[in-house]
Structures are given as C-alpha cells and as structure tokens.
Design a binder for this molecule. Structure first.
Ligand SMILES: [Zn+2]
Length: 472
C-alpha cells in the first residue's frame, strides 16, 4: 500500500534533462528580446537591460525549457507568454501528476474545472466517485492526487486518467479510467490493529501535565477526567503525590502509525490512601459504561433515599411547610424520611466528608462533597459511623451513620439535603441514573474481565511504579 507521503514524493519532477546547446539558448534569448519590442503584454519587470534578469532567463532555459518536465513552470516563464508561443511547436501534451489541496470555498467540481477540466467531465468524475465516496464531503486541507494530460499550450489539464483521494489516515478512494474510457471508483482501506498501552505516574502540577509527561495523549487525558468526573473533584481531591494509572488502546496502521486513539479500558486514581478504579464494560445489550471493580456504574446519580430501610416514608417533604415545633410556615430545605432508630444511613454518592459533628438544630450531622456540583447533608443522626470525619473519602452506599432524633426533632428520622451548585434542591427530583449497577450474568462476565485486566496491570504498573513513583 502506498502512503500519502509516497504519493507526494512521486510528484517530484523527473529529471530527464536534455542538454541544450549554447547556440540554441542564445537564439531563444535573442528571439525573446526581439519579441519584447513588439509585445506590450510582456511583464514590464523583465528588463532587457538588467543583467540579473538575463542570467535568470539563461538559467531557466538551460534547465530544460524546450521540454519542461515540471508542472509548475516558474512564474517568470508564465509571464513570458510570447516566448512560450514561439517555442510552442516544440511542446506537446504531456502526462502530469498534481496534488490538489482543498481550500476554503472549494468544491470538488470547482477544483477540477479550475485545472481546466470541462464541467461535463468534472461532473462525470463526480458521479463515478459518488458511488463509493461523496466528494461533496471533502474538507479544507484534504488532498487528492490528479493524474492526467496537461496541454502546455492551453496551460491546463485537458483530461484526467485517475484521481486518488485520501479520505483519512486509513482510507483512500481511487478513480480510474478503464479501457473503454469510463470512470470507475474503488476504495482501499488499511486494517487497523488495536494496540494496548499503559501509563502511570505521580501527579504534580496539573493532572494533564503529569499524564502528558508519561506520554498519555490529550484526548485520552480528557476522557480520563470525564470518566472520574462523577466521583472525583479534581481541583479539591487530587493532591501532589497522588498517582494515576491508565490502560488505553491506540488504533495503529500496519506501519505502526497511530491512526486514532481508542478507548480507556481501565482508569485508576490513587489518592493518598484511597484507590478509585474504573473499568470499561460492554454489557450483553451493547451498552458501554465504566464500573468500579464491584460492578457499580460510574454514571450514578445521588441516592434519593440513602437508607438501608428502603420502605421509609417521607414524613416531611421538601419545600414550604408549617413547622411542627415552631408552628409557623418556613421552608424545609430537605426531605425527612421516618425510620426506626439505628437504621443505617448511606453516603448518597462517592465523595469526601466535609463536616461530621453535632451541628445545632441538625443534631449529629454529616456533609459530603461529591464533586464540584453536588454535596449532600444528613441530620438528626443517632450516631455518626466510626471513621467518618472531615477528609474521609466515602463510596456511594457506605454507612456513614444511623437514624436518630438528635437536634430539633420530634422522632427518629433522617433529614436529607442535596446541595447543587450551592443551592439546596429537592432530593426526590434528582434525575434517575443513566447507568445501572451490574448484576447476575453481566456481573459475572465483568468480574472475569476485571480479573484479566488486574492480572496484566499488576505487571505493567509494578515495573513502572518502581522507577517512577516508589522512589519519592
Ligand atoms: Zn427535616
């Protein structure tokens, strides 16, 4: 298969150099000087008295003027119309190759007609091409190679033998004239190989800088951040010395060139003493999502009812209400779920504990920051769970406390608040999750895949972390 570069190389003028005798050259120069006195069209800058111009002219002639091999005659020669006319009897049509680059405002047909092709021919070519590739889709900067016949007298391409259009890194379309003079188009596609890459490193400065430093391309970096954006707030949670791990695919050509970046198969963040791992998984329905190694979906929204007792009823809704103790209308900034004392309270989502203390009318109170957008708060707890203190990283569903009636409360219940961008919103109106946790056979398949990846990355990252990270 021939690459685009090889095509470009082919265009280099062939050097079938023909030696011109000095006498012939002098004769042409003389003829040219004569023509200047008769023809006002000749570019005025070509002075007959300027010695430099003479030298340039002689050089041009001695480099093969009688049969120019290059498709791009120098500007000077183009300007010397009459001289061309005089020697036109020595020139015929010739086969040429020309690379065209799509510029702003170009259409496939306008590019062909600009080279001298008749509109009818251009249209025929367009129609033949369209059977496999619509030339209306050409983009600025795209290249295609023309092979055809150039008329040196008319100074244009008068017929086309073939066009090779490089559609992208791996695909090109070839249009050729067959024996009957009809155009036929075909496509050639290079098969890509998925290559698995891994990278790991300590984070210092920005995450993207740290990842770039280990050779992770920007497209993979932004994908990595997107994958974690549901559970990690990069600005607050990620600190100097934390580590990243990533396994991703490149789609490479047979020559080993990267044609496109593939998917992230595994993404890991090691935050101080905590590790967040996410794995890409395609379920039997074809849905792709990222999951923790236990099969929890990444794209989970906050729990609407973060309690072990899922039958708990709403004893007081979000919004305006008459306060049971204060006996006046006030806004209730959360939802109250009535539940027996001691019922487990779960973290509504992955995050970091911000507050865990007795907090006035809230009683025993925990506040968790999930990401830059969401926080949740839990009031009237009987007890705060062991280990829950400011800075503790929690997972969705982890027990953070137990239902009680501490603070301003009339009976055991959970007061649950969801804060979105600094404003308290109705927890029951949070949009349903787009991702579902894996279960049953899906979970079994997923766990097998995770085991495979873990098996290979322990090798990949062990070697790398020894040199890159462990030395700190
Ligand atoms: Zn309440």
């Amino acid at each position: 298969m021939v690459s685009l570069t090889q095509f470009i190389n082919k265009i280099k003028p062939r050097h079938k150099h023909r030696v011109i005798t000095m006498g012939y050259a002098v004769a042409i120069v003389f003829a040219f000087v004569l023509s200047l006195s008769n023809n006002n069209d000749v570019n005025a800058s070509v002075s007959t008295t300027d010695r430099t111009d003479y030298l340039l002219l002689e050089n041009t002639i001695s480099e093969g003027f009688d049969e120019p091999e290059t498709l791009y005659p120098t500007e000077r020669i183009l300007n010397i119309k009459s001289l061309f006319d005089m020697v036109s009897s020595y020139q015929r049509e010739k086969e040429i190759e020309k690379m065209l680059t799509v510029e702003k405002g170009d259409t496939f047909i306008s590019m062909l007609t600009a080279e001298g092709i008749s509109y009818e021919d251009a249209h025929e070519i367009y129609t033949a091409f369209k059977k496999i590739y619509d030339p209306a889709k050409i983009r600025i900067g795209q290249k295609f190679l023309l092979r055809g016949t150039y008329d040196n007298k008319l100074k244009k391409i008068i017929s086309i033998d073939s066009i090779i259009l490089q559609a992208n890194n791996i695909e090109r379309f070839i249009l050729e004239k067959d024996e009957n003079g009809k155009y036929a188009a075909r496509g050639e596609k290079e098969e890509l190989i998925a290559e698995v890459n891994s990278a790991t490193g300590a984070i210092s400065g920005s995450l993207s800088q740290s990842m770039n430093k280990q050779g992770v391309p920007n497209k993979i970096v932004s994908e990595f951040i997107k994958i974690f954006s549901y559970s990690v707030d990069f600005r607050r949670d990620v600190r100097k010395g934390d580590k990243f791990e990533v396994i991703f695919e490149n789609n490479i050509t047979k020559e080993g060139k990267i044609a496109s970046y593939g998917d992230i198969l595994y993404a890991g963040l090691i935050l101080r003493n905590d590790k967040v791992s996410l794995y890409r998984f395609k379920d039997s329905k074809g849905n792709v999502d990222y999951y923790t190694d236990k099969g929890y979906a990444m794209k989970k929204t906050l729990h609407r009812k973060p309690l072990a007792f899922q039958n708990a009823r709403i004893s007081s809704p979000f919004g305006k209400r008459k306060h049971p103790i204060l006996k006046r209308w006030i806004v209730h900034w959360g939802v109250d779920y009535a539940a027996p004392q001691g019922t487990k309270i779960f973290a509504g989502g992955d995050g970091v504990v911000q507050v865990a203390k007795y907090n006035g009318s809230y009683g025993n109170y925990v506040k968790i920051r999930h990401n830059s957008e969401y926080s949740t708060a839990y009031g009237h707890m009987w007890k705060i769970a062991k280990g829950i203190r400011p800075g503790t990283r929690v997972k969705q569903g982890q027990v953070i406390g137990y239902v009680g009636s501490t603070g301003r409360s009339t009976g055991p219940h959970l007061h649950y608040e969801v804060v979105q961008n600094g404003k308290r919103v109705n927890p029951t109106k949070i949009k349903a999750s787009t991702g579902n946790n894996l279960a049953g056979k899906e979970l079994k398949n997923f766990k097998k895949m995770v085991a495979d990846i873990k098996g290979s990355y322990s090798k990949m990252f062990a070697a790398k972390s020894d040199t890159k990270i462990a030395k700190k």
